[in-house]
Design a binder for this molecule. Structure first.
Ligand SMILES: O=C(CO)[C@H](O)[C@H](O)COP(=O)(O)O
Length: 269
């Protein structure tokens, strides 16, 4: 058997390894942010899912929700309940973790609890969602739920919704309406920066297509103050708009994983 160290490829591997180490040390804050996501997700799963009383759990989309799935997967007493996904991504994760998958149509008694991530959350637990483009199904599942809980790392805390998440409010639109709605919104919000969300060109040329076959406009309107719920209604009322990534009056609790390893819990009565 040849010893690996004498293999000609070894210097190349060791270069890669050094590169990886260097990259890790340069991106250390990101790793701590990942830890914040994990802490928030694990605490929310442990606090909120009640294995004795809950039968159906909704699961949001994004990177933070992956940690919630890992936690659920590590606790066998949580394997008997049904899990409703909000995206292609979450459906795959539920299947990969060998959890019991259910569709929203199958849940005639509704959903006991939904856990989801968010892009920005204010003190009223009003949230911008849809950074991952899954806002429509996320809202469908959230509105069918008895309780809706948000998990996030501390960067997502906001004093004024719209002041932090640079991309703006995602709006899902049926393709034939995209030009007219972009024009209407640009005329209505004159200071806004409204962009069609484009795919990464190396993965797909053209726009991002949602799980529902629609397009996304990212509408940067600036800080919304107390206007988020009104803006939601104003945009949602336009024909051709499928959903708006403003979730106000829905969450009763938000878990934030902090860089110092603690978890903050914000609640709303
Ligand atoms: O709304 C979402 C997807 O549509 C996500 O929950 C939101 O974008 C947060 O994602 P992440 O946990 O990766 O920061």
């Amino acid at each position: 058997m040849r010893c690996l160290s004498s293999h000609p490829i070894t210097p190349f591997i060791s270069k890669l390894w050094k590169g990886a180490l260097l990259k890790r040390s340069l991106t250390l804050p990101a790793t701590t942010i990942e830890n914040g996501k994990r802490l928030a997700a694990w605490k929310a799963v442990d606090d909120m899912i009640d294995p004795k009383n809950h039968k159906v759990i909704g699961l949001g989309s994004g990177s933070t929700i992956e940690y919630a799935l890992h936690r659920i997967s590590s606790r066998p007493e949580l394997h008997s309940m049904l899990y409703v996904p909000t995206s292609f991504q979450t459906k795959q994760l539920i299947l990969q973790n060998k959890l019991r998958l259910a569709t929203l149509e199958e849940c005639s008694n509704g959903i006991d609890l939904t856990i989801d991530g968010a892009d920005e959350i204010d003190n009223d637990l009003c949230a911008i969602k849809g950074g991952g483009g899954c806002l429509f199904q996320e809202r469908l599942v959230a509105q069918a739920s008895e309780e809706f809980v948000i998990i996030a790392d501390e960067r997502k805390k906001s004093n004024n919704l719209g002041s932090k998440y640079a991309r703006g409010i995602p709006v899902e639109i049926v393709p034939m309406a995209i030009t007219s709605i972009q024009r209407i919104l640009t005329n209505r919000y004159t200071q806004a920066n409204i962009q069609l969300r484009m795919a990464t060109p190396t993965d797909k040329a053209g726009p991002v297509i949602t799980d529902n076959g629609n397009l996304l406009l990212d509408c940067h309107l600036g800080p919304l103050g107390r206007q988020a719920a009104t803006i939601y209604q104003d945009i949602k009322l336009l024909s051709g708009v499928v959903e708006v990534g403003l979730f106000c009056g829905m969450a009763k609790k938000a878990y934030f994983g902090n860089l110092d390893g603690t978890v903050d819990i914000w609640t709303k009565n």
